[in-house]
Design a protein around this ligand. Sequence first.
Ligand code: AGP
Length: 595
Amino acid sequence: MCGIVGYAGSRNISEVLLQSLKRLEYRGYDSAGIAVVNGSLEVFKEKGDIDSLERKLPPLNGNVGIGHTRWATCGPPSRENAHPFVSQDNNIALVHNGIIENHIQLRRDLEKEGYSFTSETDTEVLVHLISKYYDGDLHKAVRRALRDVRGTYAIAAVEAHSEQIVVARNENPLVLGIGVSENFVASDVTAMLEYTSDVVYLLDGETAIVSPTGVSVYGPDGNVIYRPPSKVDWSVEEARKGGFEHYMLKEIFEQPHAISETLVGYLGEMEELNIIPHSKLDSMKILACGTSYNAGMVGKYIIEELTGIPVQVELASEYRYSKRTNHCPLVVLISQSGETADTLAACKEAKSRGSFTLAITNVVGSSITREADAVLMTHAGPEISVAATKTYTAQLVAMYILAGRLAHTTGHNSEEIRRLKASLRTLPLKVSEVLDRAADFKKASQIFRDARSVFFIGRNRNYPTMLEGALKMKEISYIHAEGYAAGELKHGPLALLDESTPLVAACLPDHTYDKMLTNVSEVAARGSPVLMIVEDGNTDCETIADYVIRLPAVDPLLSPVTLGVALQLLAYYVAKEKGLPIDKPRNLAKSVTVE
Ligand code: AGP
């Protein structure tokens, strides 16, 4: 997965390309490069992040250019494997996001025809292929080359003597930005927000020609398509740090707003939302990856509690290769980016198995919004930090909305629905109260100072929240963290607990509270440092815990939200204390568009 950009217009070319690439660094940051058209092609690439590239760039002139920030998939991070790739005659430069599955065979064929390669990448294969079919018309050559290609891609290509960028998309995001006498190309709208908010989303199989004076979109058959631009309502400020040290912290603090924004469109008419099938719902599945999977796990507990419908939660990467199971009337796909390859494939698979598919995503126009039968948008705004925070919380809100909608359909408990709605209205305020206590989390993070391994335990709906807490901790602090259902501790993991292995336990009021206390006492007796997360007014913690975090009282149904926010802050302060690159953890990228 990588980020691609393109610009056609009269601004300072290197400035626009670098600025846009910086907005896409969350998609990968192990090497970067740009190509600028200026009578010939000028190409610059570096290993490392965009700043490393910027330091090496001479002043550049030109009205057209493309750029790339890479997250290595095919060939290790290096200058040689960085994009753009250039054809042997130096006439065509190409950037690519995705994977060409048949690149080995194509490479062999091209080598036989005399093409030589300087990198290990699949992208270099594609630039030679385009060059092979080039007869003076780059758009035609790209379309012809892509007929030979199996795989996924978003590409942008330029040629030495033209002011056109040719782009194409198949299962990787690509957006065109429309300006006045200038136009833009990017993997994501955040890259172009400071220049334009008018965008055209390219669909699978489509190509486009972008120049300073216009944008033409072509369908898979080569015919011109007229697609009016959509307006993006995210402000530039929303997509920037706004005075916070890290995007992650800013995004954590934006959660009350993200919750309100997500609730606003749905709460009033929750019971009527047209997001579920008309057929009888006797079971459902939720499919997702990573943090979104954890949100789905919380959803399972909430939906089962409110509706009685059995919910199976599966990793999208497992579901897509599983054997056909019994017909499932509703499959919910959760993906903040809407571009995760495994989740998109799972969506297609679910449709082919005859299920009604509902996508929950944060990105308007993302691939999953087009793939699924219905969409429930979260409105968390742009999330830049690789670690998901506000989009996770917004996904939880979506889970409550879905649960309320399903509860209405199944005729369950209208009193519960009223209670849920009333509690949800208080949620932004409750989360603000958690954020007001950030200093407590910073203090409690001391428990992890020398830890190499840590356990997070909870029960019932707070068990998946602890899975998410552990994921956040390992992702940004690089401390090995395991999330466990508290009842499972004595079935193995207890053997690992000692004075050097802290335990974080969610002991919030619900029907499992007493059991949690017992589990925590068992661990404390073995000498592990214990951090208990309890509700205001709790006194049990005083005799058991080494550290205590207190959260404001909420409807127990909503405790995964306040607890989730607390765990995000905890992970943040641990990573900050260790001086780690919080927004861009090693080896990770924001949007995983490869398997
Ligand atoms: C979360 O902090 C991670 N960055 C990661 O687990 C993420 O949730 C996962 O890759 C799924 O992404 P998606 O929601 O965009 O599909």
